[in-house]
Design a protein around this ligand. Structure first.
Ligand code: GLC
Length: 615
């Protein structure tokens, strides 16, 4: 019981450190409601419906449709890069082109352009890619998470984009979920303390500042609490997993675990919130009026706007018109259509004309959207909503990479260290490095990197693989050899075997087995057979089952998905930085324990939530 007392104290301390993020007045309270009402009163019904319509740029049939449908927002969902390429320049030119068309509309209301900058501006070639949130959660460092979000916001604004669909403040409870790595951790405390820090970093102290972006707390509510077998299979016909599934708990239980992160994000002034694809006892969040209007807008007093998830309203009952009616009536304010926008626009208009949706609901939705646009400074006279050349100089800069490097260092969790194997001496004669994730940028950045699902191998420009970081850290006289399978290691003084997962995102990452691959296990066995100290580094989006290698290792480090700055892992392995990371998730002993969470009655994981050794 002592551990829980210590945990409670630790959490309380972290919470008080976070208070400044909560105390900050919401940018939405600074907006002149008179100005919002004045603009709303000038708008036609067509223009109001346009503001509620978000289109993926790849689905835009004709750039003139921005004016024709008075569009309020565009996005780049996963894999929705500029048609010409993926550089900072191509992104900036594309977004600027769209904004120039928005300024030709009658009311000249600039677009909100949204993207999933969830661990840096991860879609863009050469951007700094931070550790995914599961690793950031292990830092327990609100200030660092705020700083990481500030750097991300700057790199996002450099491309003219002004909205990120982050932070995810959902609480992943079953590690088989393909989005486990997108959450900060398994406890409401961690979401409640680190979520607002990210919101403050993205939105800044002034949401209208040139380095601020609109944040989006997601996915409301219970995305990480679904039941295995109720999810949406990655490929039709496959077995269903967890993603987009059904949460089967009482509302009280849901509130206890999944609400604190959202309540804190609202407190911190988050301007947008994204309802979850998932359902609560069969009721889809995207169409649930009690959750979206009574709870979120009523009880929590959320004054920003709700943006649907990707075509999420299509999962509601009935035909498309019924789906639109249910979603908007439930409290959705903007719909990420994202493709069949002419149908959405026409049918929403008909619903209003047929009085199936009251005009008051439309006015409320548009008021919320305009309130956020005013708070972002978009409505200032002669505001220029374009990419910022002055920020482009710092894109992917060394200064930005230093912030990510510190995040990698602090996210490492030392799980085992027999006989003080770590830190390794930098002066060893020979070190053998093995494993599939040792020299693989795509595997260490994971999903949501350049492409939606991410991809192994050379996925982006810049950064350092773990192998190259090890080579850069040891003495010139030290020989570092690498082989995927750990062979040719005879005569080495120590072995570092870097194992884990290949990239995935969303339902493609739902797994009913979290054991290491055979090749990973074999590489550990091969190096172990040399009779030298064996250090295993796990590069993965979640805890993995280690029973096959546990007795073959002298030290184990959870590196999570560290992103581009692999040097941070080497800094811990060789003692340039002493590990401070604490597990943000419980580490299961076996597949029978995969939905084990801190606070469970019979709680006996391999490594507990909050665990982490140091030197
Ligand atoms: C995805 C995700 C959501 C993301 C959105 C836009 O399906 O569920 O997290 O923000 O679509 O890419």
């Amino acid at each position: 019981m002592k551990i829980f007392k210590a945990l409670k104290i630790f959490t309380a301390v972290v919470f008080f450190l976070t208070l400044p993020f909560l105390a900050q007045a919401s940018p939405l309270d600074q907006v002149s409601e008179k100005d919002v009402r004045a603009l709303l009163s000038k708008m036609t019904l067509d223009e109001k419906i346009g503001q509620m319509t978000q289109v993926d740029h790849k689905s835009l049939k004709d750039i003139n449709d921005i004016e024709k449908y008075h569009l309020g927002s565009l996005l780049s969902g996963g894999d929705s890069d500029p048609n010409g390429g993926n550089s900072l320049k191509e992104w900036s030119e594309m977004v600027d082109r769209f904004q120039r068309r928005a300024l030709k509309t009658r009311l000249k209301i600039p677009l909100l352009y949204g993207i999933d900058a969830v661990h840096g501006h991860n879609n863009v070639m050469g951007a700094v890619v931070f550790p995914h949130n599961i690793g950031m959660g292990c830092t327990r460092n609100s200030q660092l998470i705020k700083k990481a979000a500030e750097v991300t916001a700057e790199e996002v604004r450099a491309t003219g984009i002004n909205w990120t669909f982050a932070p995810m403040v959902g609480v992943p409870r079953d590690k088989r979920w393909g989005r486990t790595y997108e959450g900060f951790g398994e406890s409401p405390e961690i979401a409640r303390t680190l979520g607002p820090a990210a919101v403050s970093g993205f939105q800044g102290s002034d949401l209208a500042a040139k380095t601020s972006v609109l944040a989006c707390a997601k996915h409301f509510i219970g995305d990480g609490g679904t039941t295995w077998g109720t999810g949406k299979p990655a490929i039709a016909g496959n077995a269903a997993g967890l993603d987009q599934g059904d949460v089967r708990v009482t509302e009280a239980a849901l509130r206890e675990i999944q609400l604190p992160g959202f309540a804190a994000a609202v407190e911190a002034g988050v301007g947008s919130i994204m309802p979850s694809f998932s359902s609560l006892n069969g009721s889809k969040c995207s169409g649930d009026k009690h959750l979206l209007t009574d709870l979120l807008k009523g009880e929590l007093g959320f004054k920003g706007f709700l943006i649907s998830d990707w075509a999420a309203i299509n999962d509601l009952p009935g035909d498309y018109k019924n789906q639109i009616e249910q979603a908007i009536t439930a409290g959705l304010d903007m719909v990420m259509v994202p493709d069949k926008y002419p149908a959405f626009y026409t049918q929403l208009k008909e619903l209003v004309e047929q009085k199936r949706i009251p005009l008051s609901r439309i006015n409320d939705a548009v008021t919320r959207i305009l309130r956020v646009k005013f708070a972002m400074g978009l409505m200032q006279k002669n505001y220029r909503p374009f990419s910022d050349q002055s920020l482009q100089k710092r894109f992917g800069s060394l200064a930005h990479r230093q912030v990510a490097l510190q995040a990698v260092r602090e996210s490492q969790v030392l799980l085992k260290n027999n006989n003080k194997t770590l830190p390794l001496s930098k002066g060893l004669k020979r070190i053998v490095v093995a494993g599939a994730n040792a020299d693989n940028m795509g595997n260490q950045t994971g999903g949501w990197t350049v492409s939606w699902q991410g991809k192994s191998d050379d996925i982006t420009k810049g950064g350092t693989t773990l192998l190259n970081a090890i080579k850069d850290t040891v003495a010139k006289t030290t020989e570092v050899t690498f082989s995927l399978d750990g062979t040719e290691a005879k005569g080495a003084d120590a072995g570092i075997v870097i194992v884990g997962e290949t990239p995935y995102a969303e339902m493609f990452g739902d797994r009913d087995d979290l054991h290491l691959s055979e090749a990973d296990v074999k590489a550990v066995q091969t190096v172990k057979a040399l009779g030298i100290p064996v250090v295993v580094v796990i590069v993965s989006g979640r805890p993995m089952i280690l029973d096959q290698i546990l007795d073959k290792t002298d030290a184990i480090v959870a590196a999570w998905l560290p992103g581009t700055e692999g040097q941070g892992v080497a800094d811990v392995l060789f003692g340039n930085f002493h590990p401070t990371g604490k597990l943000s998730v419980s580490w299961p002993r076996s597949m029978k324990q995969v939905s084990i969470n801190v606070g469970d009655v019979a709680y006996d994981p391999l490594y507990a939530y909050g665990f982490g050794l140091t030197y």
